[in-house]
Design a protein around this ligand. Structure first.
Ligand code: PRX
Length: 641
């Protein structure tokens, strides 16, 4: 199988083919996989209708392509290298044959327990090989996996379990992150008080601590796996359009939505984009530091690499434990060739200077990648000069949970690169910039709303259980286009720089949160009458959250301290620690229009310390509110340590 383009000329040719004959282009890529039955139509539906289907009539199972093929052809090659949280603990390496066998054991055990095609299985786990095995085992038997990041609270977990109508949860007794122990099973127990659909909980024993086990519901992972050992586990034949997974992500309104991806299109696009962006060559060791709880982990720790027969690393811990050189120590230890991380991590590590990087031999690195948020030029240069020794191209990969795979990015060293610019689209991807009125901005050196004007195989199919929401969010704002929610700039050379969200989504350390979601969590605090949150620039996290909260009554300083604690606790309870505001400011009112809409634009200005440039405020119901917020903001607000 050769998915990899090898020169810029080949890239340009692929772009041309994809434009002139999109069906032929995608068929050519799809034909390199094993299908039980080939498709009879490359795609149906349209962006206009938000009803796209790919490889219609095709039947396959993604795990046959990710595992079986390689287990036969290169069974002893390392598939997953697992690096534990504590460098003194024993790591693990699973060959393709071993990974295949474990996935089959787990798949057979799930089947033997009555889990069937289409059932939803929630994975709430630390970064262990068992997580990868569980993901793949679900896919093998056609169950729909939904990984919930293990930093979410019981409430957030329960919301997702309920929305998915899941019957099984796979978790661990505890997780380890640096010196911190994360209680997972007790969080699951709390969530399950509100989730009667769950019949089975499978618990990996990660630490030595005990945890409560309900005899009729809970079983240890190792014992569960034994139930499948030796049983055959044929891959479930799946329709190309059958759902592979649901992954919840935040939008500008309401609760997080379940983004649905399918077996066929997602397979083709993640495999193709992985091969090209990272220019992976057989034998390379590739490491993406994301958590599998996010889309990056799905597409570029598990599926993309394994579909290419790559060696992919998984890391259980954090970048700064036991020291700020951990990433670099791991790169040197495993002779990593492609390294993929988030700008937040780069900025955090930059603070520790060059010495931790220079202490390690990073000469094997060939490609460096970033994802999740805009990378500022300073961080880009540090990454390029210090980590990459000016020898490695940086692929600044722009994409989203909804796109399934990387959309804009350099392809290893093939493409032109410019600091802080994602650059050019992958072949077959057609980005456009629109004016707010929906007209396309022509030419270069322009800035507008980033939309995609041609369908691609791993485009979001639906938001689970609510297709209207999917249409309203992505397909109806600008008919005929997929709307990304991002603003972007195309420079004089046609290279794209993604600037950030244009909707009410805040990107903290590369993690997405909807303002509505955080506000409804804050409003659960008994002290809070109403709240509004906005993002402000943060030197490490990219953005952080500033919460404006109307309290029930006026508060003196001591009461404020208690109230702040209540607000933070409410967010921790509703969503998780990761969504905690960095600042809480109590206010007497919020700037609202006459129709009751909060003018976040003004709050954003105040949060970024711009107290005078509010633009048109004539639609405000009570302009004096702004003055009082402003005065307060200039004197006091709580800032998290
Ligand atoms: O705003 C963009 C930002 O992250 C959003 C997608 O978030 P999520 O679905 O959680 O997926 C993150 C990992 C793919 C986008 O709408 N974003 C992602 N990558 C970049 C980026 N912003 C700028 N540059 C990037 N490379």
């Amino acid at each position: 199988m050769s998915l990899r383009l090898q020169s810029f000329k080949e890239y340009q040719e692929a772009q041309r083919t994809a434009k002139n004959d999109p069906d032929g282009f995608w068929d050519g890529i799809a034909s390199q996989f094993q299908w039980i039955k080939p498709h009879h139509q490359t795609r149906s539906g349209s962006l206009q209708g938000g009803d796209l289907k790919w490889f219609v009539g095709g039947r396959l199972n993604i795990t046959v392509n990710a595992l079986d093929r390689h287990a036969i052809e290169r069974g002893n090659q390392s598939a997953i290298i697992w690096e534990p949280n504590d460098p003194n603990h024993l790591g693990q390496t699973l060959s393709y044959k071993e990974l295949y066998e474990r996935v089959c054991d787990m798949g057979a055990a799930l089947r033997a327990s009555g889990v069937q095609k289409g059932d939803r299985v929630i994975l709430y786990m630390p970064m262990t090989p068992e997580l990868a095995v569980s993901v793949l085992a679900c896919a093998r038997i056609g169950a729909i996996h939904s990984v919930v990041f293990a930093g979410f609270s019981a409430q957030a977990l329960a919301d997702r379990i309920q929305d998915a109508g899941a019957t099984v949860v796979i978790t661990a007794n505890e997780g380890r992150r640096g010196l911190k122990i994360v209680p997972l099973k007790s969080t699951v127990d709390e969530a399950l008080e509100h989730c009667p659909t769950v019949q089975l909980v499978i618990v990996q024993r990660v630490t030595d601590s005990s945890c409560a086990m309900q005899v009729t519901r809970d079983v240890w992972f190792s014992e569960f796996l034994n139930r499948g050992t030796g049983l055959p586990c044929p891959a479930e034949p799946m329709d190309a359009e059958d759902p592979l997974f649901i992954l919840y992500t935040s939008g500008s309104t309401g609760k997080p939505k379940g983004v649905v991806h399918t077996h066929g299109g997602y397979m083709v696009y993640t495999a193709y984009s992985f091969a090209n962006v990272f220019q992976y060559e057989r034998g390379d060791v590739y490491w993406c530091t994301a958590d599998i709880g996010w889309i990056t982990g799905h597409s570029y720790i598990i599926y993309g690499p394994l579909l290419n027969g790559a060696t992919t690393m998984m890391f259980e811990g954090i970048p700064t434990y036991p020291g700020p050189d951990r990433f670099w120590a791991i790169c040197a230890k495993h002779k990593v060739n492609q390294f993929y991380t988030a700008p937040t991590a780069i900025r955090a590590l930059m603070c520790h200077g060059e010495a931790p990087v220079q202490a390690h031999d990073l000469s094997t690195l060939k490609v460096l990648g970033t994802v999740g948020e805009p990378i500022n030029e300073e961080a880009w240069h540090w990454y390029h000069d210090i980590v990459g020794q000016q020898k490695c191209p940086i692929v600044d990969t722009w994409w989203q949970t909804e796109t399934g795979g990387i959309m804009l990015s350099g392809l290893g060293s093939l493409s032109p690169q410019k600091p802080a610019h994602a650059g050019l689209p992958l072949p077959g991807i057609d980005p456009v910039l629109l004016n707010p009125d929906g007209t396309e901005l022509q030419g270069d050196d322009v800035e507008g709303l980033l939309c995609i004007s041609a369908p691609w195989p791993s485009i979001i199919r639906t938001t689970y259980g609510d297709h209207e929401r999917c249409l309203n969010t992505y397909f109806r704002p600008y008919p005929g286009y997929y709307f990304t929610g991002d603003g972007a700039r195309r420079d004089a050379d046609g290279l794209i720089r993604v600037i950030g969200r244009v909707d009410d989504v805040i990107n903290v350390s590369g993690h997405r949160f909807g303002t509505a979601e955080i506000e409804s969590a804050i409003n659960e605090a008994s002290i809070a009458v109403e709240s509004a949150v906005v993002g402000f620039d943060h030197p490490i996290k990219g953005q952080a959250i500033h919460a404006f909260v109307i309290s029930e009554s006026a508060l003196d300083e001591a009461q404020k301290q208690v109230a702040i604690g209540d607000v933070l606790e409410a967010v921790e309870k509703g969503i998780g620690k990761i969504a905690k505001p960095a600042r809480v400011q109590f206010v007497q009112g919020l700037p609202k229009t006459r129709s009751g809409k909060i003018m976040r634009r003004i709050l954003r200005k105040i949060a970024s310390g711009e107290f005078d440039q509010f633009g048109d405020t004539s639609t405000l119901l009570d302009p004096s509110v702004v003055d009082s917020i402003k005065i307060d903001a200039q004197t006091t607000w709580f800032t998290a340590p």
